[in-house]
Design a protein around this ligand. Structure first.
Ligand code: KG4
Ligand code: ZN
Length: 343
């Protein structure tokens, strides 16, 4: 068998991304190019992603991103083994831009096309840079999703828990917004938290519940009340509020511990225990520390992809596409863009 070389395209939120990735017959991966054109400055003034602005920006940014990725990888379109795009879940206008472009390239070059679930791509991303194979327990924490999933195999997932309201990244973003910090909020809250003390009591929603679900909206409401009670906020107030919010990674500790017990019930006895974190919030330092502690306590190996593969990128789309292509799982030109698409 020869290696598979795929072009991947990601346009489901506010990153316009194109990447070229290779899957070798022994299962290991190589990133030949990983191009991201962030739209941050276009959305910053609004404190969040504006779908229509994102979709229009993808139209402008995608072709140059693909050209750059192909040129950095020194790969011709004719040398590709397939083209993959995120077909959802995400902001539908942007997804349509990437999906349609990928179909056009695949059709024009006579190559297989793979419609990738963005969540599956996050779920499999660790295998691109680390020697990790299913089954493993996945904590997926991004701006749009907060899930605990058993990854049994490519295409076989059991969702153990999800959020009943806000995603963890969304909670960070809202916390930052109400404290007058920049967007995206996660890195801002982390930065300010580092010079504060977690002295402000905030709730720990859902801890102790048997099912490893999350509920994060109450945390944001409590933070708002604490912030209003202290207005006008000093620099130290902001730092302490951020530190207190950041300390809510206790919730993640509790929920992951619960999911570990369920995971161990679901995998064959003797399975090496692995916890994989993915999604933008997995870039958070204090959260990584908590996950490290939990992993050590329960005898798990913790795998967190490098930050550039945790946040949205096209290498993970190409990688998931390659995994599917290797198993004969390709799609036809009728594959639809999906705003919602659970794993
Ligand atoms: O995976 P991602 O790039 O996009 C989605 O699919 O949502 O995740 C973006 C989210 C944003 O909410 C952002 O605030 C959060 O990840 N994030 C962080 C950090 N870096 C990014 N949250 C906490 N700490 C960070 N260092
Ligand atoms: Zn994502």
């Amino acid at each position: 068998r020869d290696p598979l070389t795929l072009l991947g395209i990601e346009t489901s939120c506010d990153e316009t991304a194109a990447a070229v990735v290779r899957l070798y017959p022994d299962g290991h991966g190589e990133i030949l190019a990983n191009v991201i054109r962030a739209q941050l400055d276009l959305h910053a003034a609004y404190g969040g992603v504006v779908p229509e602005i994102a979709a229009r920006a993808h139209v402008d940014l995608l072709d140059p991103a693909i050209r750059q990725a192909m040129s950095e990888a020194s790969v011709d379109f004719g040398d590709l083994d397939g083209v993959a795009a995120a077909a959802g879940p995400g902001l539908i206008g942007g997804v349509i831009v990437g999906l349609t472009t990928a179909k056009a390239i695949a059709l024009g070059c006579g190559k297989p096309f793979v419609a990738v679930n963005h969540l599956e791509a996050h779920a499999l991303s660790a295998g691109l840079t680390d020697d990790v194979a299913p089954p493993y327990l996945l904590l997926l924490v991004s701006g749009g999703h907060t899930q605990l999933v058993v990854v049994h195999d490519v295409g076989r997932y059991t969702r153990l828990g999800t959020t009943l309201d806000d995603a963890l990244g969304e909670a960070f973003d809202k916390a930052a917004k109400l404290l007058g910090l920049g967007y995206p909020g996660g890195p801002e809250v982390e930065r300010h938290a580092a010079r504060g003390k977690p002295v402000i009591p905030l709730p720990r929603p859902m801890t102790g519940r048997p099912e490893p679900h999350f509920s994060l909206a109450g945390l944001k409401t409590a933070l708002r009340q604490e912030a209003m009670a202290r207005a006008p906020l000093s620099d130290q107030d902001v730092a302490d509020l951020c530190a207190s919010f950041q300390a809510a990674s206790d919730v993640v500790r509790d929920r992951v511990l619960r999911a570990m017990a369920l995971f161990e019930d679901r995998v064959p006895e003797g399975t090496a225990l692995t916890l994989v974190a993915a999604g933008g919030v997995a870039a958070n330092g204090p959260l990584r520390t908590v996950l490290g502690e939990v992993a050590v306590a329960r005898g798990y190996r913790l795998v967190v992809p490098p930050p550039a593969l945790c946040t949205d990128n096209a290498a993970m789309i190409a990688w998931a596409g390659a995994q599917r292509l290797a198993r004969g799982l390709t799609d036809d030109m009728g594959a639809a863009a999906r705003a919602r698409w659970p794993l």
